[in-house]
Design a protein around this ligand. Structure first.
Ligand code: GDP
Ligand code: MG
Length: 314
């Protein structure tokens, strides 16, 4: 472990809810701030399913960021659970970071979220993300549009790009300063509160979403059946661990199973390769990954299945 000095004088800590519409870049921002991939990212909306706490510790503060599924209109049981989780996250935190899509003008969904936060009466900091996509001569206008959206509240506005990292440091400092004085809540080396199994399953789900795009939309879940550490003394490449992972991908229809496996197994192979690389950087070692695909009709509407896969209602 590296040595770590905490300045206990004036140290600040607390919980921050990360709030925003689907696809504004919540997961990308978390990964940027943490410095490792703890939340999956994809161009498909509603990627984040579980509530994830990412922990960011600096010498002067510790932020426990609660990533929430984007707030949207629910269409089925899974959708309802996602919105429930996001709403209840707002109730349990010291402050909220409202992430908005700086690259376009505010829309109806944004008004809904602003109102939800105003009703909660907690400190809010606003970040206009994807600022790398805004043309310089639009900077002031765009910020003004969002100032009008939040109206008479005293929420400070920051500009950032979770993609390039620009503005993220100032944002982190501002968040730290807004938290109450308090001790370390988690060990400083901890970056995430989700069990390893969930993080690994999410990396596989991410590859499915990226590689199949719209063809196999949200009817996919991943279950990690086994994680086995292999004797690393036999490891010649100098990596720290060797791990064998066995996982099942659940889909709702036979046709989706076909797409996931692909011609001659090419799709499943590509998914496995992508996930394996991500897992290696998360676990800092060599990974052997074996994937299976299983059809379970209507798993999304089945309460006990949802619970089994970690989408608890609380
Ligand atoms: P979430 O649904 O809010 O968690 O959004 P994600 O983090 O999954 O990001 C959605 C998409 O936006 C992904 O394709 C990201 O690569 C992209 N994205 C996120 N932040 C930025 C940013 O600051 N700039 C740009 N150009 N793209 C971004
Ligand atoms: Mg997300």
């Amino acid at each position: 472990m590296t040595s770590f000095e905490v300045d206990s004088n004036g140290f600040r800590s607390g919980f921050v809810a990360l709030i925003g519409r689907p696809n504004v870049g919540k997961s990308t921002l978390l990964n940027k701030l943490v410095g490792k991939k703890v939340s999956i990212v994809s161009p498909v909306a509603q990627t984040t399913r579980n509530r994830l706490r990412a922990i960011i510790t600096t010498s002067y503060s510790q932020l426990v960021m609660v990533d929430t599924p984007g707030i949207h209109k629910p269409h089925h049981l899974l959708g309802e659970r996602l919105v429930q989780m996001a709403r209840s996250a707002i109730g349990e935190v010291d402050m909220a970071l409202l992430l908005l899509e700086g690259s376009c003008s505010p829309g109806k969904g944004d008004e809904f979220i602003v109102q939800l936060l105003k009703n909660k009466n907690i400190p809010v900091l606003v970040a206009l993300n994807k600022w790398d996509l805004v043309k310089q001569d639009c900077f002031n206008n765009r910020e003004e549009e969002y100032r009008n959206l939040i109206g008479n509240s005293d929420w400070p506005i920051y500009r950032c790009s979770a993609f390039t990292g620009e503005g993220c440091r100032s944002l982190l400092e501002a968040l730290g300063q807004k938290l109450p004085e308090g001790p370390l809540l988690y060990p400083h080396e901890m970056i995430c509160d989700q069990p390893q199994k969930i993080l690994l399953a999410e990396l596989i789900r991410e590859q499915v979403l990226i590689k199949t795009r719209e063809e196999v939309p949200h009817s996919v879940a991943v279950s990690i059946e086994r994680i086995e550490e292999i004797d690393s003394s036999k490891n010649t490449k100098g990596s720290k661990v060797n791990v064998a992972i066995l996982a099942t991908i659940l889909v709702e229809r036979k046709s989706q199973k076909g797409i996931l496996i692909g011609r001659g197994g090419t799709m499943l192979k590509a998914i496995g390769q992508g996930a394996r690389l991500q897992m290696q950087s998360l676990l800092d070692g060599k990974i052997y990954l074996e994937l299976f695909v299983k059809v379970v009709p209507n798993w999304r509407s089945n309460a006990s299945r949802l619970k089994e896969l970690g989408y608890e209602s609380d």
